[in-house]
Write a protein that binds this ligand. Structure first.
Ligand code: G6P
Ligand code: MG
Length: 222
C-alpha cells in the first residue's frame, strides 16, 4: 500500500528551476560559455559543484580553473541564486500543488522532501510549507546526488517505511532515474520524451490528481 509521496522541490513545488537557470546563465556569460535551455535540462536535479563541472566541460574549460577557483565560481552562482529566492512568497507555489498536498494528507499519506539543494529549507520556509512535510532530507548529509537513489532512500528511511510504498515526483531526468533506482513509483512533471522512464507523466503541476496517481500506483504494484 501507498505510504508516502516524496517531492523534489525545484521545478515541482515552485519554479526555482528557472532561478537556478538564470543564475547559472549569468555565470556562464561571465565565463564566455553560451547557455541554452536545452543544455540546462541536463543540470536539473544535479548538485551545485557537479553542475559547474558540466558547464565548464560544455564550454571546453574544464581544465582552466583550480579547485579553489571553482569553489569561488560556485559561490558566485549561489549568491546570485540567493538574491533571486529572497523574493519568494507563498504565491510562488506552483498551481495545483496546494490542492494536491491537501488531498495527500486527507488520505493519510505521508509527505517527504528530497531536494539536493542546500537552499531547499530556505525556499520551503519562504513558501510557508515547512509544516506540511513529515520529513525533509538535509542535502548536506547526502554523499551521492541524483541519479543515485540515495536521497529518495534516505527520505523513506527517515519516514521509517519501505521504498516500495513510496511515490517520487520529479521534473528532472536525473531525478526520475533516482526514483526508479530507489525502487519507487515515479511521477514525472514535464516532457514525456525526456522523462520517459517515469511511470506516469504530466505536463504541468495543474494536472496532478491524487486519485489517478494512487490508481496507477496500485495497478503497477499488482
Ligand atoms: C536541485 C536543482 C539544481 C541545483 C541543485 C543544487 O537539484 O534542481 O538545479 O543545482 O538543487 O542546489 P543548490 O541550491 O545547493 O546550489
Ligand atoms: Mg527539480
Amino acid at each position: 500500500p501507498l505510504k508516502a509521496i516524496i517531492f523534489d522541490l525545484d521545478g515541482v513545488i515552485t519554479d526555482t528551476a528557472e532561478y537556478h537557470f538564470l543564475a547559472w546563465k549569468a555565470l556562464g556569460e561571465e565565463l564566455g560559455i553560451p547557455f541554452t535551455r536545452e543544455f540546462n535540462e541536463e543540470l536539473k536535479g544535479i548538485s551545485r559543484m557537479e553542475s559547474l563541472e558540466k558547464i565548464l566541460a560544455f564550454g571546453g574549460k574544464q581544465n582552466k580553473f583550480t579547485n579553489q577557483e571553482k569553489e569561488t565560481l560556485a559561490a558566485r552562482k549561489n549568491s546570485h541564486y540567493r538574491r533571486l529566492i529572497e523574493e519568494i512568497t507563498p504565491n510562488d507555489i506552483l498551481p495545483g500543488i496546494r490542492e494536491f498536498i491537501t488531498a495527500i494528507k486527507q488520505n493519510g499519506i505521508k509527505i517527504g522532501l528530497a531536494s539536493v539543494s542546500k537552499n531547499a529549507f530556505t525556499v520551503i520556509n519562504r513558501l510557508g510549507l515547512v509544516s506540511e512535510f513529515d520529513t525533509i532530507v538535509d542535502a548536506a548529509t547526502i554523499q551521492n546526488g541524483k541519479p543515485d537513489p540515495e536521497i529518495f532512500l534516505r527520505a523513506a528511511e527517515q519516514l521509517g517505511i519501505n521504498p516500495g510504498t513510496c511515490i517520487g515526483i520529479e521534473d528532472a531526468e536525473a531525478g526520475v532515474a533516482a526514483i526508479k533506482a530507489a525502487g519507487m513509483f515515479a511521477v514525472g512533471i514535464g516532457d514525456e520524451n525526456r522523462l520517459a522512464q517515469a511511470d506516469l507523466i504530466y505536463h504541468s503541476t495543474t494536472e496532478l490528481r491524487f486519485d489517478e496517481i494512487l490508481n496507477a500506483f496500485v495497478a503497477k504494484s499488482n
